[in-house]
Design a binder for this molecule. Sequence first.
Ligand code: PLP
Length: 393
Amino acid sequence: MKINRNFDNLVPNYLFAEIAKRVNDYQTAHPEKDVIRLGIGDVTLPLAPVVVEAMKQGAEELAHKETFKGYPDYEGYAFVREAVASYYHSFGVEVSPDEILISDGAKSDCGNIGDIFGTDNVVLVTDPVYPVYVDSNLMAGRKIVYAECTKENGFTAMPDESVHADIIYLCSPNNPTGAAYTAEQLQQWVDYAIRHDAVILYDSAYEAFITEEVPRSIFAIEGARQCAIEFCSLSKTAGFTGTRCGYTVIPKELERDGHNLYQTWYRRQATKFNGVSYPVQCAAAAVFSKEGQEQIKVNLAYYQENARIIASALDELGIYYTGGKNSPYIWLECPNGMKSWEFFDMLLQEANVVGTPGAGFGKNGEGFFRLTSFGDRDKTIEAVARIKKLLAK
Ligand code: PLP
């Protein structure tokens, strides 16, 4: 037998293992040091009370014959899809509940969507990039082209008419750079996609962090219904990283190569996915209730304030960065032309602060560094004070 040889093309991703090793080695050599982690990509605040209550009620229904439920619908219960559609409506974007599919998260959907596309399509990703887009396409054997995100374009790469792509991954607000596309910029991508008969795979996992006038959905852009699929997640929005729930939106009219993409994705999900558990779907619907929205905003505001604290320190230090305003991520230029890992080691050893070297997200990440706002407030304040002391020297 043979295994899928495309796996040989994956670049081993040692990023988080290497970070853990360096931190561990340092902490072993200096057990008295209080190392603060500002590299964490996971949320730390608990689920909102109304969400937990809904989950408990869902579990309670499963405990009684009259209300027991077995396999859920492949596309998710109507009450959750209706809640998601009304959420979109709240920021002025109309999508039908029939265009929404509930899933166990955006990572699975972003990674699995490739099942519906031919392997001879050219895939465009931005560099730096959320690794799932690259790795899932390498596994399938697709050719990947990169759109360069640099300081010059504010880490928002724009389409190049001379480069053809069939599948385009966009993530806004972006992981790792925190940069968010404006409506005008997204319009250019949509126009490009339509001209090239391409499909945009739009990851809006961080839309809940938006504070400025930038789109929360690709479907706020004219023409997007003819060329885009959107993935979103409750992971960062409502602390569902361990609970697992997300949703994908595919306009009913979206077609390519004589096939309806909603139907094709539905068929794929019906074959390989048996849905999200009922208590979790109850919890997800509660996120979109009036009370749920109020409660999750408290947690989001906490992270947003952490981001503001980090960003304002960088402002004071005169360090270039993107993100922090519409995103939990702050992507900064390493001072004095340092490389990402050089800066990582300096920050670890001299300020006892851990971040994520930008070089781990692609070649354009070299010389950059990611800090996150998912940590504890007091620790964030302390870490920022240490960074200021170190870099103001
Ligand atoms: N998309 C992006 C850009 C992310 O950064 C993440 C998580 O870090 C995900 C998707 C994954 O989301 P989920 O937890 O819903 O799988």
